[in-house]
Design a protein around this ligand. Structure first.
Ligand SMILES: Cc1cc2nc3c(=O)[nH]c(=O)nc-3n(C[C@H](O)[C@H](O)[C@H](O)COP(=O)(O)OP(=O)(O)OC[C@H]3O[C@@H](n4cnc5c(N)ncnc54)[C@H](O)[C@@H]3O)c2cc1C
Length: 316
């Protein structure tokens, strides 16, 4: 058992992404001697949070104001420097991990194992293929194992740990051709789409950007995140970072409500792990009804105000 695992933590605005605790859960299933976590952050808060994650031996906190908005290209060199001595480098398969880890794998000259959903052994993993319709078992070739972890496939570790924090004052490795300009978030203060327990999603049937305003209002009343189909994103109703599906975000909320979404398989690939699926669609033959636990053949513009009313009656 000579495996040494390094998990790259994800943080935004000083808050550790919950996908990190799930990536640690995956790492713990790999036989190992050490399991360390690298946190690139301007503040101590995410490193302190990471130190509580059960099973983590040591937190390596790379501290610099530049890590408030790290770029993949700025992290790559630092991760490669840390890689020496580790047999595995893992990161969550979020936009963050999908962005930075392939660069690391390429530089280490190993193939990346993407979207790990199960650990068979230290070098053998399961991952989905064909839009999540099949699982493949893959074996990592000799060399460092570099993999992204599909967070929804693992339960987060508890926060009962007390790892030591090793602080390194290291600035991002920022080349001149790439720099952080600004971050435009489409969902404001709402829960993160990939971590939310409830998601309301809209499709082409919502019709306009203004139509989505009603979904956002209902989501706020329910403490839910908002997502969208690709058709809704392509039509410009909502920003691209809200897209759910095969070529975008994979989500696993307890409750998922689809308004005016037909249920194309590329969209369904993103909601396979959702708990209760509710569909509201005017077309009784829409494919979404085949996967829905609760289907409502109805006009979303009538249903949304009714749901809002029902919620405010309950609250009152
Ligand atoms: C390579 C590739 C990758 C793709 N990746 C993705 C992906 O990641 N995510 C994704 O979502 N799609 C993806 N797509 C696109 C996908 O194939 C579908 O085109 C898309 O999901 C359809 O979006 P939709 O359901 O909103 O629109 P539509 O299929 O047009 O469905 C709109 C639905 O709204 C209903 N409706 C209309 N008016 C109302 C109303 N007033 N009330 C209630 N219901 C109403 C209609 O009956 C219809 O069922 C991908 C496609 C390709 C080729």
């Amino acid at each position: 058992m000579s495996n040494n695992i390094l998990v790259i933590a994800e943080q935004h605005g000083g808050v550790l992404n919950p996908a990190t605790a799930k990536t640690v859960a995956c790492a713990r299933q790999i036989e190992h001697q050490t399991l360390d976590l690298a946190v690139f952050a301007a503040d101590a808060a995410p490193a302190e949070h990471a130190a509580k994650l059960e099973g983590v031996g040591k937190v390596i906190w790379l501290a610099d104001a530049g890590y408030a908005h790290p770029t993949a290209v700025g992290l790559e060199g630092r991760i490669l420097a840390l890689a020496q001595g580790y047999t595995h480098i893992l990161a969550p398969a979020t936009s963050f991990g999908r962005d930075v880890l392939p660069r690391v794998a390429a530089k280490l000259d190993v193939p990346q194992i993407s979207e790990i959903v199960a650990v068979e052994s230290a070098r053998i993993f399961k991952r989905p293929i064909y839009a999540g319709n099949a699982l493949i078992t893959v074996q990592a070739p000799p060399g460092i194992v570099v993999g992204t972890v599909r967070a929804n496939a693992f339960k987060p570790v508890t926060e009962s740990g007390a790892a030591c924090i090793e602080k390194h004052e290291t600035a991002p490795d920022q080349p001149e051709h790439t720099r952080f300009v600004s971050l435009v978030g489409g969902s404001g203060d709402r829960p993160d789409l990939q971590a939310a327990a409830r998601v309301l999603a809209g499709g082409r049937g919502v019709g306009t950007q203004a139509g989505f305003a009603d979904i956002f209002k209902l989501a706020d009343a329910m403490g839910a995140a908002v997502g969208a189909s690709r058709a809704a994103v392509d039509a410009g109703f909502v920003p691209n970072d809200l897209q759910i599906g095969q070529t975008s975000k994979i989500i696993a909320p307890d409750l998922y409500i689809a308004f005016g979404i037909s249920g194309a398989f590329q969209h369904l690939a993103g909601i396979k792990d959702a708990g209760v699926i509710v569909a509201v669609n005017t077309d009784p033959n829409a494919p979404i009804f085949e996967v829905a636990d609760i289907g409502l053949v109805a006009d979303l513009f009538e249903v949304i105000p009714q749901l809002e009313q029902a919620l405010s009656n309950r609250a009152g």
